[in-house]
Design a protein around this ligand. Structure first.
Ligand code: COA
Length: 381
């Protein structure tokens, strides 16, 4: 049998880093010192001034909405909050110990067979439906499987962010919590050719339907090297009972060459512009509660140690951990919230791919044997 060729891992090992895989007008990620912008608007300006609904509209429909456009887009999202009975029945079958990402993956897939995309002319309507329905899918399943409660997902007509917290806690959130959740959803809405978005674009390039593109993207986002990092960061921070204990454990983990979740980024080299925004919310929401202040202090210390020891900076996921905890959000819902927001970016990328499509089909450097001889089954080792 011939020897395998010797360049194993060259491309896979590099993870396509630094290679352009296409064009987008949706966002810049750290390009030429510009930082993160959505259609030219800096993330700092959007997080300070916009509602998530305005940002989702802008990503999906190409411009900021005027009052009337925003009003009717909000109505589209609110109308999508009510789930078909068949979908609720499917969600009730998903076990309590499933990961919530499994629940939303199944929910989106089911919605796609219940109300399919017959033609690309329906794409805007379906995208609004997906953005509006995802929190209902997630929280209907979560509340049923964890609290034994069939929540009414269509009763509240509040903002997208406030509605999420309302469905989770059965009460209207404080202004600060709704504003922090709104900022969080904006920060997570779009990020160029990240793994889940690229998954959606590859799927779109085959001219598949929007539900399939989003279902695939949810699968990519689930991994701990992508969206799962906010949950992994929370689990790590909760293991430390003081900043000093956190520092010692981080030093041990670094010495053991373990990855510290919530640090580093495949594109940003010195800072993630989303991090200071969510960090300031984490700090603000933690004030006045000893347990939350302690968690925030531990997070700050770990950040200092990572900067000092590895010159690594917190990414968008890191301070989401103390911020979400301060809002009373269970850890297993962290990554699905990311999906509830990023679905707007995924759909916008699918539209962009469809508008100028060629099937995405790279080639690979073969590393297997040059030739192999057929062996009858009874003679195989
Ligand atoms: N903890 C410890 N070391 C880290 C690290 C982390 N979070 N992130 C990167 N490093 C180390 C790498 O091991 C590498 O060290 P080496 O040169 O000794 O091998 C060095 O820093 C450079 O890594 P880099 O090339 O910048 O990382 P990458 O592009 O391969 O990976 C991530 C980027 C995001 C996958 C990686 O930083 C990571 O796994 N982070 C934790 C998961 C996470 O937070 N993901 C969310 C991303 S938004």
């Amino acid at each position: 049998m011939a020897e395998a060729t010797s360049n194993a891992g060259k491309i896979g090992g590099a993870g396509l880093r630094g290679q352009s895989a296409g064009e987008t007008s949706l966002s810049t990620v750290g390009k030429d010192g510009v930082g993160l912008t959505y259609r030219g608007y800096p993330i700092e300006v959007l997080a300070e001034n916009a509602s998530f609904e305005e940002v989702a509209y802008m990503l999906l429909r190409g411009k900021l909405p005027n009052r009337a456009e925003l009003h009717s887009f909000r109505d589209e999202l609110i109308n999508a909050r009510e789930l078909p009975a068949a979908l609720r029945a499917v969600l009730e079958l998903i076990p309590r110990d499933a990961h919530p990402m499994d629940a939303i993956r199944t929910g989106v897939s089911m919605l796609g067979s219940y109300d399919p995309e017959h033609s690309f002319a329906e794409q805007q309507k379906i995208a609004a439906r997906l953005v509006g329905a995802l929190p209902s899918i997630l929280l209907y399943w979560y509340r049923f499987s964890h609290d034994g409660k069939r929540i009414e997902t269509a009763t509240n007509d509040g903002s997208h962010a406030g509605n999420f917290l309302y469905l989770l806690h059965d009460r209207v959130p404080s202004e600060a919590h709704a504003a922090a959740m709104n900022a969080s959803l904006i920060l997570y809405a779009e990020h160029e050719f990240n793994a889940s978005t690229f998954t959606a674009r590859v799927c779109a390039s085959t001219l598949s339907d929007l539900y399939s593109c989003v279902t695939g993207a949810i699968g990519s986002l689930r991994g701990p090297l992508h969206g799962g990092a906010n949950e992994a960061a929370m689990e790590m921070l909760e293991r430390f009972d003081s900043p000093d204990a956190g520092e010692m454990e981080i030093l041990r983990m670094l010495a053991a060459k373990e990855k510290i979740m919530g640090f580093g980024h495949p594109v940003y080299r010195s800072a993630d512009p989303r991090s200071p925004i969510i960090q300031s919310w984490a700090e603000r929401l933690s004030k006045g509660d000893a347990k939350r202040e302690q968690l925030y202090a531990i997070a700050r210390r770990v950040e200092q140690v990572m900067g000092r020891e590895k010159k690594l900076f917190p990414n968008a996921d890191y301070y989401h951990a103390p911020a979400y905890r301060a809002m009373g959000i269970p850890t297993k819902l962290f990554t699905p919230i990311f999906a509830c927001s990023r679905v707007s970016g995924w759909c916008a990328h699918v539209f962009e791919q469809r508008a100028n499509n060629r099937i995405i089909r790279p080639s690979a450097d073969y590393t297997g044997p040059a030739s192999a001889e057929w062996v009858e089954i009874g003679l195989r080792s």
